[in-house]
Design a protein around this ligand. Structure first.
Ligand SMILES: [Cu+2]
Length: 375
């Protein structure tokens, strides 16, 4: 998180500025990268744990499966990722992101972002339509792009990559963000990302990176609530009167929308450099204190996240084991805002390499004996 201050100089005093001045004038685009974004509606399974008011199913409780609307990244109509949070979109300072956005949901949605210079983000895209250009009042057609000026990038003392979000602006505050519709945008210093397109653009300075959204998704405000009542309670939403318990049970305290340790895949190997992009969103109860258990190489292991704030946490994976990662607000712990991450030791890593080698050797020997028998 950064804040700019304007400091007036004292009359008659001359100050030598030694800091790096950010260039605010538009810079030529050095590289354009294309991201294909697809919007779909999906029934997301947030937790298999049946024992709490939030995920248990009952007469007037929807349970742990909700219809949501989510961003996906795709190439040639093939889905790449599956998560209630959209895929990471990455770029370096000076680059331009070209967005091709297809709306496969049943309502109009859009895609825009924080932190960079976005064009066309306010345009709602009708169901079944693709947005890649839009018309200006002058009649000119403009490509949908996000320009990344120097002022959008990491500051002098920041990590090499910092994060923002992308989202839909159609009824943003009231409804849509509760239904999903949010993903991380990561902006890096020049030279940080490997060349390639879209999801192939890995960072060259860290081995692993994860984006985590800490948020209480209030499914009472999702405009799929009626669909969820109809599907999971078997009731007509027009005749259904929600009570206090029902409304409480729909407040899903999740990390990337997953509850009670059900966010999987947070794995790394001892000694690896890992960056975590922490994102806070939501309302007055969405104030989170993110606690990493294990020995972080940092002065602290708890990070404050307020709604609309983003932090990059740098870690060198230390002690092997499976470690707790959770919000430290007691009420949020009880409601499911926790998961684990795993640091594999070198012995496990080397063991896997040996196993892979042996498996490869055995398959080659089998093929060789089969080939020589047949001939
Ligand atoms: Cu919290």
């Amino acid at each position: 998180m950064r804040q700019w201050y304007k400091v007036n100089e004292c009359p008659g005093k001359k100050v030598n500025h030694k800091y790096t001045k950010l260039n605010k004038t538009p810079q030529p685009v050095i590289h354009a990268i294309t991201y294909y974004c697809l919007l779909i509606e999906a029934n997301c399974y947030l937790s298999p744990s049946p024992g709490s008011i939030f995920v248990g199913k009952g007469k007037n409780r929807i349970g742990s499966r909700y219809k949501k609307v989510v961003y996906r990244e795709y190439t040639d109509d093939t889905f790449i990722l599956f998560s209630p949070v959209g895929p990471i979109i990455k770029a370096e300072v000076g680059e331009q992101i070209v967005i091709i956005f297809k709306n496969n949901a049943t309502r109009p949605y859009s895609i825009t972002t924080h932190g960079v210079r976005a064009s066309g983000g306010h345009i709602p895209v009708k169901p079944g339509f693709i947005l890649f250009m839009f018309s200006e009042p002058s009649g000119n057609f403009i490509e949908v792009t996000w320009d990344v000026p120097e002022s959008s990038g990491p500051g002098v003392t920041d990590p090499n990559c910092i994060s923002y979000i992308y989202y839909s602006t159609v009824d943003f505050v009231m409804v849509k963000i509760e239904a999903g519709l949010l993903g991380p945008l990561v902006i890096c210093r020049p030279g940080t990302l490997k060349r390639g397109e879209g999801p192939d653009r890995e960072r060259s300075d860290v081995e692993r990176e994860f984006a985590l959204l800490f948020m209480v998704h209030d499914e009472n405000k999702s405009w799929y609530l009626g669909d969820n009542i109809r599907t999971y309670l078997g009731l007509n939403p027009e005749n259904f009167t929600p009570d206090e318990e029902f409304e409480e049970s729909n407040k899903m305290h999740g990390i990337n929308g997953k509850l009670y340790g059900n966010l999987h895949g947070l794995e790394m190997t001892q000694g690896q450099k890992v960056d975590w992009y922490l994102i806070g969103m939501g309302n007055e109860i969405d104030m989170h204190t993110v606690h990493f258990h294990t020995d972080l190489v940092h002065r602290a292991d708890v990070f404050d996240l307020f709604p609309g704030t983003f932090q990059t946490v740098e870690m060198v994976a230390g002690n092997p084991g499976t470690w707790l990662l959770h919000c430290h607000v007691t009420d949020h712990i009880h409601a499911g805002m926790e998961t684990t991450f795993t640091i594999k030791g070198w012995s496990v890593f080397l063991g896997n390499v040996v196993m892979l080698f042996l498996a490869s050797l055995i398959s080659h020997l089998y093929f060789f004996s089969f080939y020589t028998t047949r001939n």
